[in-house]
Design a protein around this ligand. Sequence first.
Ligand code: FAD
Length: 394
Amino acid sequence: MAEDLDTFRAETRRWLEANCPPEMRTPMTSEKDVCWGGRNFTFQSEAQKQWLKVMGERGWTVPDWPKEYGGGGLSPAETKVLRQEMAALGCRKPLESFGISMLGPALLKYGTEEQKHEHLPKIARGEIRWCQGYSEPNAGSDLASLATSAEDKGDHFLVNGQKVWTSYADQADWIFCLTRTDTSTKQGGITFLLFDMESEGVSTKPILLISGNSPFCETFFDDVKVPKDQVLGEINQGWSVAKYLLGHEREMISGMGGRSQGPSLSDYALGKIGKDEHGRLDDPVLRARIAMYEVRSHAFAAMSERFMDRLKAGKIHPAQPSMMKYYGTELNKDRHELFMAAGGSDALEWDSEGSGGGKAARAWLRTKANSIEGGTSEIQLNIVAKRILELPEA
Ligand SMILES: Cc1cc2nc3c(=O)[nH]c(=O)nc-3n(C[C@H](O)[C@H](O)[C@H](O)COP(=O)(O)OP(=O)(O)OC[C@H]3O[C@@H](n4cnc5c(N)ncnc54)[C@H](O)[C@@H]3O)c2cc1C
């Protein structure tokens, strides 16, 4: 078994060396380097396009999905080896996708065979980009209050209502959307629908953020016809699908706390501040704060590794993604606080060439949303308190 894995490792390394373009082996420097795929995506370079193509053909954008649905059919151990070898060569992630991290797992668990064959291969190859229609103006943390209606019209639903904070809705091709099909009960009246954003009656309006970017939208539905075979799971049973998907969303967001994210904090601080006579960072207070962060970050990386192994083996407690999401996002916020501290007044610059157009400040501001998106930190702590610590409700 170990020998098989060694052979797999050697073959994987050879394949990556032969197929990953050199430009795709350099660290991403901005959001623009992320490959989202989809009908409307403009590739940054031929190398980015080629990298997605070869990885998609091999099923390695989703290495552990079954081959019949466009995946690589790899075992958890092989998937880990692939991840390690990609990290060792500095290969970029070929595709970032809500389809991979959120909808895919829900389709695999709740989808019909037709739905799986229709949607999963397109997600794997980066052909269709998905957005998430969960939150509404009066339904965020209290998500089951959602009011967007889906009226049963025999062979289709007629969808009316509004979503908010829909990330990249204006660039997405399809939406996975929570709708109300029964008003007499809260959780029991929700239906999970999949539909094309080009359907008649769908419109989007971007919302500008504090960071100056505008990745999310208000999304409006005005008499949108959705065929009945585009329900994921059962009618009125969408809450179970929604919760399952949220676990995967929280797992994805917790990854932000990962140590391999972006440039090295220590190198950045050394570059900005310099070394003392012992070769250490020449600021004892910042040095201690960075050391503390590094210790916490190593511990989190070890816990994440165990968490992922248990997740793939189907052995995690259902509330564990909340724990990981809470800690991972707090850690990522701390990391960017430290980048700002190390950068000093340069890091506060918004427009200058030296600050790369305010890269550090914009990234720092973006992290403020980490403890809100995918469910706020307060909500995660409530879940941990109730479901892991078994404390009584307030
Ligand atoms: C960057 C970003 C991207 C997002 N992308 C999407 C997306 O693609 N699709 C989508 O559907 N949604 C998206 N969201 C929305 C996100 O899921 C919601 O913002 C989040 O669930 C919080 O809901 P809310 O904004 O309505 O805040 P509220 O629920 O109104 O909360 C306001 C405050 O009250 C606190 N609070 C509320 N209830 C409790 C409670 N019971 N106990 C303790 N404190 C409580 C909250 O923690 C928070 O601090 C995104 C949000 C962000 C910031």
